[in-house]
Design a protein around this ligand. Structure first.
Ligand code: GRF
Length: 211
């Protein structure tokens, strides 16, 4: 069977990339990470890809005159590697409508809060300062807004009185590492339908009917 190929975009340490690679290798995610792209030369995510023999590219945004030509090169890499999905994993750039239309495949992201609460930067700090008792992570489709696309999967974690940003981020990250491969598995297996902006996971539909 032809594999479902993914391009992963990173800007930093790449622990979610690692979780996806681990899930792929354990046979828990029926997909293949075909290429890793970073906009930061020193992103540890690039080293992880290199160590595991995954094709990887540093695409320097500073070497382009405008965002469109930078994004065109990202699109070229995604398409040359025949990817059917772009997975953002700590990629610290907003992709434009141009990218989302031209890339020709879905783009998904993982965010460290229960969206629509606390979009944007420092989601864990936002949650702690607001005083919520539960937070978590969200995997969602990327649209033109900031963390505003249809939600594919979420996981909840408690927020404790003694939490710091670091302890909360760590607890959320453990869930991110399980939730992202699971959500990508749904996509790889074509288990996703839409009802308006609601994402329906078809397996869940069946189990609801049974239960
Ligand atoms: C994660 O918390 C993710 O939710 C957010 O950026 C962070 C990336 O971490 N979008 P890592 O690079 O995957 O370790």
């Amino acid at each position: 069977m032809k594999s479902f190929k993914i391009a992963v975009f990173v800007s930093g340490r790449g622990s979610n990339l690692q979780a996806l690679l681990d899930a792929q290798h354990k046979g828990e995610m029926p997909a293949e990470i075909a290429v890793v792209i970073s906009d930061k030369k020193d992103a540890y995510g690039l080293q992880r890809a290199e160590q595991q023999g995954i094709t990887n590219f540093f695409v320097d945004p500073k070497s382009y005159n405008d965002k469109k030509t930078f994004e065109d090169d990202l699109i070229k890499i995604v398409q040359e590697h025949q990817c059917q999905l772009v997975a953002l994993a700590g990629f610290m750039r907003i992709l434009s409508a141009h990218f989302l239309v031209k890339v020709g495949c879905p783009v998904v992201n993982i965010h460290p809060s229960l969206l629509p609460a606390f979009p944007g930067l420092d989601a864990q700090r936002q949650a702690l300062e607001y005083g919520v008792k539960y937070s978590g992570c969200t995997v969602h489709f990327v649209d033109e807004g900031v963390d505003s696309g249809p939600i594919i999967a979420q996981a909840i974690v408690p927020v404790y009185s003694k939490d710091t940003i670091e302890t909360l981020a760590e607890r959320i990250l453990l869930e991110e590492h399980k939730t992202y491969p699971k959500a990508i598995s749904y996509l790889a297996q074509g288990m996703i339908d839409f009802e308006g902006r609601r994402v329906i996971v078809t397996e869940e539909k069946g189990s609801e009917m049974n239960g």
